[in-house]
Design a protein around this ligand. Structure first.
Ligand code: ADP
Ligand code: MG
Length: 213
């Protein structure tokens, strides 16, 4: 199945070709049309299977209908376990954003560095990629607001739980509007992930790609 049959815009299809993404991976084939249809997703597939572009592309397509962002109110929140992943995911959003009909700004925030530049940068941001602890600090100082969130992504959710972020994740999720799209990605389907699935996802499409595929 080619990328052209998944519902992406011609501009994004050209961007994919430029990136040498010739065929969608199995997880991408399954999740891209479903995310475009505003379904909640539980996506399980091993590391390296292309989960990032699987949500980045349709989330960007869906955002094109968002006209503007209010000051310090973000539209999409991606929670990740580590600084490295925050930067990687932000980079993938930024590779594809120039191919949209209007400008979309993505910012990555994470701990271990000074908070002030992140507070300053949180103006006019549509997509925030964050580690849970630093996001809570930014929320405490009112540098960002989550009341306009329409999409939540939990990426490497298994690793977030392994690193002990469950309480932080729950505190953040409690601050979000109830009506939103939820996308949960993990390499493994553990009991903890099943529990988060029950708390966070609303009638999700469960997609599990087996290792040999
Ligand atoms: P995961 O999150 O599942 O571990 P990533 O999203 O990090 O995997 O993708 C792994 C690598 O595969 C990245 O370098 C990415 O650029 C590349 N990639 C993803 N999708 C495709 C595709 N359809 N065609 C070619 N390369 C791809
Ligand atoms: Mg990943």
């Amino acid at each position: 199945m080619p990328f052209t049959s998944l519902g992406l815009s011609p501009a994004l299809l050209k961007a994919l070709a430029d990136q040498n993404y010739t065929l969608p991976t199995p997880i991408q084939q399954a999740v891209i049309p479903a995310i475009l249809n505003k379904k909640d997703i539980l996506g399980i597939a091993k590391t390296g299977s292309g989960k990032t572009a699987g949500y980045v592309l349709p989330v960007l397509m869906n955002l094109q209908h968002t006209i503007e962002t209010k000051n310090r109110h973000v539209n999409v929140l991606v929670l990740v376990p580590t600084r490295e992943l925050a930067v990687q995911v932000k980079d993938v959003f930024q590779v594809f954003s120039p191919f949209l009909t209007h400008p979309i700004k993505t910012l990555a925030v994470f701990g271990g560095v000074s908070i002030n530049p992140q507070m300053m940068a949180l103006q006019g941001v549509h997509i925030l990629v964050a580690t849970p602890g630093r996001l809570l600090e930014l929320l405490d100082s009112k540098a960002v607001h989550l009341t306009d969130i329409d999409t939540l992504v939990l990426d490497e959710a298994d690793k977030m739980l392994n690193l002990g972020f469950k309480e932080e994740m729950t505190r953040i999720i409690d601050l979000l509007p109830k009506k939103r799209q939820n996308l949960l990605f993990s390499a493994t389907l553990t009991d903890d992930i099943k529990q988060i699935n029950q708390i966070v996802l609303n009638d999700p499409l469960v997609i599990k790609i087996d290792a040999e595929q």
